[in-house]
Ligand binder design. Structure first.
Ligand SMILES: NC(=O)c1ccc[n+]([C@@H]2O[C@H](COP(=O)([O-])OP(=O)(O)OC[C@H]3O[C@@H](n4cnc5c(N)ncnc54)[C@H](OP(=O)(O)O)[C@@H]3O)[C@@H](O)[C@H]2O)c1
Length: 266
């Protein structure tokens, strides 16, 4: 199974909120759930999946290794801990959540441990997140581009990440767009609203359709049933090239996720 084009994000969602969001998402037809060790909700995600009617084999589950677990000694034990919380023997995709802060842990060590996790069957696919061109270059040198299923990075109309996208395309590496709604900001943009209105869709759907049409996977999150449903329906929207171009012109390098340990961005 490839990475399903639309997934359900779970960042910030805790306890009842994450349970309700994932349960509703599964009911509506989401089959790709994105969690992470640092989100502190793997156990709730696992419980909700276990309680649902959806068979494990029909689901695509991603988790991400936190920066404290990037050494050879910690990566696999931390993934086993995630699997225990998720109540699974294997996840579909395991990502390195962020490059090691200040590159303290050599990337060759981390990528080798991640590949070993795949060899051991703990994860079906492996990949990276928030990797710059420099980090992607090192990761490719370490384990080969064919072993890197995706680079999950922030992409939305206001941060289009063209350089990283071009590099990934050149190496045949798929990209997943996180914060595909710019954490709600796309809904306020007058240009997006106007184009969306013309098509009888929402600005959120427009942003998702624009990303999907470029071949990115998207992982929007929502706590609202109606939003979860309309975000999923974005996969049925096709945009004319003129609208694609109009949205391309909205790029303003506006990055939302940039913690103090972030790498030097391209
Ligand atoms: N790898 C990384 O470092 C990283 C970093 C950040 C995020 N992520 C992943 O990406 C996922 C998505 O990012 P995100 O959750 O930060 O931001 P997002 O998906 O861009 O935006 C979520 C926000 O948009 C609202 N929303 C969702 N659908 C809507 C709709 N149809 N109409 C109006 N408002 C809507 C939600 O509010 P309501 O709940 O009210 O709908 C929520 O406030 C995360 O959950 C996480 O899984 C990964």
């Amino acid at each position: 199974m490839h990475i399903p084009a639309i997934g359900l994000g779970t960042f910030r969602l805790q306890d009842r909120q994450v349970i309700d969001s994932v349960r509703t998402g599964l009911e509506l037809g989401y089959r790709h759930i994105d969690t992470a060790q640092i989100y502190g909700n793997e156990a709730e995600v696992g419980q909700t999946i276990a309680d649902s009617e959806v068979a494990r084999r029909d689901l695509f589950v991603t988790t991400k290794i936190w920066t404290e677990n990037l050494t050879a000694g910690k990566l696999i034990p931390s993934l086993k801990d995630s699997l225990r919380k998720l109540r699974m023997e294997q996840v579909d995709l395991t990502l390195i959540h962020w490059p090691s802060p200040k590159d303290a842990v050599p990337l060759t060590e981390t990528m080798a441990a991640l590949l070993e996790a795949k060899t051991q069957g703990l994860t079906r696919l492996i990949g990276v997140s928030n990797f710059t061109i420099a980090h992607m270059t090192q990761a490719i040198a370490a384990i080969g581009a064919a072993n890197i299923a995706t680079n999950q990075i922030e992409i939305h109309p206001f941060l289009q990440n063209h350089k990283v996208a071009a590099f990934a395309r050149q190496h045949g590496i798929h990209l997943t767009a996180y914060m595909p709604l710019a954490y709600g900001k796309v809904m306020q943009d007058p240009v997006l609203r106007q184009i969306a209105e013309r098509h009888g869709i929402t600005a959120a759907q427009l942003s998702l359709a624009w990303l999907l049409q470029q071949g990115f996977a998207v992982i929007p999150s929502s706590t609202q049933r109606a939003n979860l449903a309309s975000n999923l329906a974005a996969q049925n929207i096709h945009l004319p090239e003129t609208d694609m171009a109009a949205i391309h012109s909205l790029d303003r390098n506006e990055r939302i996720a940039s913690p103090d340990f972030a790498p030097v961005w391209d």
